[in-house]
Design a protein. Structure first.
Length: 243
C-alpha cells in the first residue's frame, strides 16, 4: 500500500505546486495513490487564498487528495466566526493577526490590507466581505486525521497512551512536547507536521515532514510504501531511515 503526504504549506502556493510535481513524477513510475496534506494551509506566506482554492479545485476535478485540518486552519475559521476568540493553545498575548502567527498575510491574500495595524472590528468586517464563504465551509469540514494501512496521518501528533480513535482535537492540532519526546510504539506509524524542522525526519515511531515552509523552507513531500518512507526530491526518492 502506497501513500503520499505533503507537509505544512503556510500560504506557499508555488512550493505546494512543486511538491505536487514531485509526486506526479513519482506516480508516472509507480502508479497513482492518495495524497494526504497535513494541514496549516495558510498564514505567514503570500498566497493562502490561492492555496485553499488550488486544493479545493483539485478535489472537485477528482484528484485523490485528502486535506487534514491544522491549528492555523482552525485559527482562521474561528477568527471569522468571532474575532475575539482566543485559542487556549496559542501563547498569550498572541492572536491570529499577530506577525508571529501570520493571519495578517492570510487577510492580505484575500485583499484585506494592514490587518495587523487596524482595529480588530474593522478587519473582521472587511474579512467577512472579502473571504469566500465556500473556503470557510470547506476548511470547517476538513477531517482531523486519517488512517491508511499501518500509517496514521495527523497535523500535530497524538497524545501517547490514548487510543487513536479517542484522540482529542486540541492534541491532534497542537500537541508537541508530550508527543515529540515519547519513543513508544503507537500501534501505527504517525506521519505529522506542525513542529518545524529543516528536513523531513524519521524517528522510528513517527515521521515529521514540516520542513519550515512558514519560515522560508520548502514544502516537503514523502512517499510511504509498506514500512519504507522516502522524501521526494528532484533527483528521485531519498530514503528516510529511523534514527
Amino acid at each position: 500500500m502506497r501513500s503520499y503526504a505533503i507537509g505544512d504549506i503556510h500560504g506557499q502556493l508555488s512550493l505546494l505546486k512543486s511538491a505536487h510535481e514531485l509526486i506526479a513524477r513519482d506516480m508516472e513510475r509507480y502508479g497513482s495513490a492518495p495524497v494526504i496534506h497535513l494541514g496549516d494551509l495558510e498564514d505567514r506566506g503570500p498566497a493562502s487564498a490561492g492555496v485553499i482554492d488550488y486544493l479545493m479545485q483539485g478535489q472537485q476535478r477528482g484528484e485523490d487528495w485528502l486535506v487534514l485540518k491544522g491549528n492555523h486552519d482552525r485559527l482562521f475559521t474561528r477568527f471569522m466566526q468571532d474575532p475575539w476568540w482566543a485559542d487556549p493553545f496559542l501563547s498569550q498575548p498572541l492572536n491570529w493577526l499577530h506577525p508571529r502567527v501570520g493571519g495578517a498575510e492570510t487577510m492580505r491574500s484575500y485583499g484585506v490590507q494592514k490587518a495587523a495595524d487596524r482595529p480588530v472590528e474593522a478587519v473582521h468586517r472587511d474579512a467577512l466581505a472579502a473571504v469566500d464563504p465556500a473556503h470557510l465551509a470547506w476548511l470547517e469540514a476538513l477531517p482531523l486525521s486519517h488512517q491508511r494501512g499501518e500509517v496514521f496521518f495527523v497535523h500535530a501528533g497524538i497524545r501517547p497512551g490514548i487510543a487513536l480513535a479517542d484522540q482529542a482535537e486540541d492534541d491532534l492540532l497542537w500537541i508537541r512536547k508530550a508527543f515529540l519526546e515519547d519513543s513508544s510504539d503507537h500501534g501505527r506509524l504517525i506521519v505529522h507536521g506542525h513542529t518545524a524542522i529543516e528536513t523531513p525526519a524519521h524517528f522510528g515511531n513517527r515521521v515529521n515532514i514540516d520542513s519550515s515552509a512558514g519560515y522560508g523552507g520548502p514544502v516537503s513531500a514523502i512517499v510511504i510504501e509498506g514500512s519504507d518512507v522516502s522524501e521526494l526530491t528532484p533527483e528521485g526518492r531519498r530514503p528516510l531511515l529511523p534514527g
